[in-house]
Design a protein around this ligand. Structure first.
Ligand code: NAD
Length: 490
């Protein structure tokens, strides 16, 4: 199987600003490669502050007309975009796998997941409502109406190149905002293809603008947006340090912020759990995208009474996972995004072993003939609580197992992190289920379930995993503000 697309023109190598596909003014480019074999796919513009400002000019000019369009009409355009994404889902799925490396079945799945957000917000657009408020004094009418915040800057990570851009741009457009976007430098191509389809759907010029930049040039592009008063909101998904930088740097213009940042998810298996279901849930939660997912379990706590049985069942499953390029129809773990990522994962494993952990399976570089980006999925037992694996996001296919004795002990361990994105636990005891769900300090809790993401549910974190929610009926709130209208002298 190859990556041949039915429509070559979905591989774009220009920015899209004010309804035109354009190069960066200085003509500079950077390379986008395939992590499976490090081959070159194409080159895209290495933009500067000049392109960033041109994108804001376009988005700002388009805002008045776009917000004035009836919300249902905006929803109709989103529905057309949704239909085109579905029509081209095979090409888009191949593009996701080509630039990001995930197995093709997952690339296809991500496109459907991305499309589900576009459809959801196409429908939500029709339900933007306000309130009539009982007046506190006679002779008045008081109401609260919802308005789009204005130009939104969207900045996305590389691990879900279709889903991240769709679940930010769709609510922004539904709310009546216009967008300037910068995709991750490793994976700009899916985003560009999605914007090409939005253009075909009839989204007016200037409503969506996309600017690519290399890792080195990205700060200049984003700084230009941070400095712009006309950019009223930043919607960012990525690492916690960059998220904190954006929060600090947007203080001068007091932009609204949505920050979907890193996680360090606990996964707890109680002694009253259905162990087979827990293994299944862990496999689904941990190994999607090779463990390069923000909601991946990073710390797996197993009650001492069931530890050995659980570890044996898990190891049998993990050792059987097939590591292969995305084009291999049997691939279950593709390449990591780059060799630096593999180095970090191996360092985490070495550090845990130096502190006494045992490697039960995997944890080495494999498929050297293809390049340095492949690692065998690993299970580690008896990991010390001071290991780096415990405190930092590993972002790879490594399961560190920890033993625990009591519910109180494991809750303390689970919450002992600055992060709070997702948490999971398995138990068949109804009272424990409510107690633990209440006690976990995370924005998302999977209860006897490993695959939790859904366009119908609010996705986001607490603590240093960020703020703001994507998807669900709450997902428009971050792109709108409330305006209070008061009419007197009735
Ligand atoms: P990253 O923070 O390095 O990059 C994310 C985006 O920020 C990219 O577009 C990048 O170019 C840009 N960026 C990098 N440096 C910047 C700077 N100085 N100024 C402005 N922008 C800058 O993150 P990543 O490595 O691409 O993604 C992985 C991280 O994203 C992980 O921590 C993961 O947990 C997190 N993530 C979170 C969620 C969520 O919903 N919470 C979802 C997916 C990924």
């Amino acid at each position: 199987m190859s990556f041949n697309l039915t429509r070559d023109d979905l591989i774009r190598s220009q920015n899209y600003i004010a309804g035109r596909w354009v190069d960066a003014a200085a003509g500079e480019l950077f390379e986008v490669g395939n992590p499976a074999d490090m081959s070159l796919i194409t080159r895209v513009p290495d933009s500067t502050a000049a392109e960033a400002r041109a994108a804001v000019d376009a988005a700002h000019s388009a805002f008045a007309e776009w917000r004035a369009l009836p919300a249902r009409a905006r929803g109709q355009l989103l529905k057309r975009w949704h239909a085109l994404i579905l029509e081209h889902r095979e090409d888009l799925g191949r593009l996701v796998s080509l630039e990001q490396g995930k197995p093709l079945a997952e690339g296809r799945g991500e496109v459907l997941y991305a499309a589900s957000y576009v459809e959801w917000f196409a429908e939500e657009a029709a339900r933007i409502e306000g309130d009539i408020i009982a007046p506190a004094v006679p002779g008045r009418r008081m109401m609260a109406v919802r308005e789009p915040v204005g130009v939104v800057a969207v900045i996305t990570p590389w691990n879900f190149p279709a889903a991240m851009i769709a679940r930010k741009i769709a609510p922004a457009l539904a709310a009546g905002c216009t967008v300037v976007a910068k995709p991750a430098e490793d994976t700009p191509l899916t985003s560009l293809a999605l914007i090409r389809l939005a253009e075909e759907a009839g989204v007016p010029a200037g409503v969506i603008n996309i600017v690519c930049a290399s890792r080195e040039r990205t700060p200049a592009v984003v700084d230009a947006w941070l400095a712009e008063r006309r950019v009223r909101k930043i919607s960012f998904t990525g690492s916690t340090p960059v998220g904190k930088h954006l929060a600090r740097a947007s203080a001068d213009t007091l932009k609204k912020l949505s920050l979907e940042l890193g996680g360090n998810a606990p996964f707890i298996v109680f002694d009253d759990a259905d162990l087979d279901a827990a293994v299944e849930g862990l496999m689904a939660a941990k190994f999607r995208n090779g463990g390069q997912t923000c909601v991946c379990p990073n710390r797996v706590y197993v009650h001492e009474a069931v530890f050995d049985v659980f570890a044996d069942k898990l190891v049998a499953r993990v050792a059987a996972l097939k590591v292969a390029p995305a084009t291999d129809p049997e691939a279950q773990i593709g390449p990591m995004i780059n060799a630096r990522a593999v180095d970090k994962i191996l360092q985490h494993i070495d550090d845990a072993v130096a502190r006494g952990a045992r490697v039960l399976t995997g944890g080495t570089r494999v498929r050297e003939e293809l390049g340095p980006n492949y690692i065998s999925p690993a299970v580690l037992a008896d990991v010390g609580r001071d290991a780096r694996l415990c405190g930092e996001e590993t972002f790879g296919p490594v399961v560190p197992l920890f033993r625990f004795g009591s519910e109180a002990e494991v809750l303390e361990l689970a919450n002992d992190t600055p992060f709070g994105l997702a948490g999971y636990f398995y138990s068949e005891n109804a009272s424990r289920i409510w107690r633990v769900a209440d006690a976990l300090e995370t924005g998302i809790v999977g209860i006897n379930e490993g695959a939790v993401a859904s366009e119908a549910a609010p996705f986001g974190g607490v603590k240093e995993s960020g703020y703001g929610r994507e998807g669900s009926k709450y997902g428009l709130d971050d792109y709108m503000h409330l305006k209070y209208l008061c009419q007197g002298n009735l």
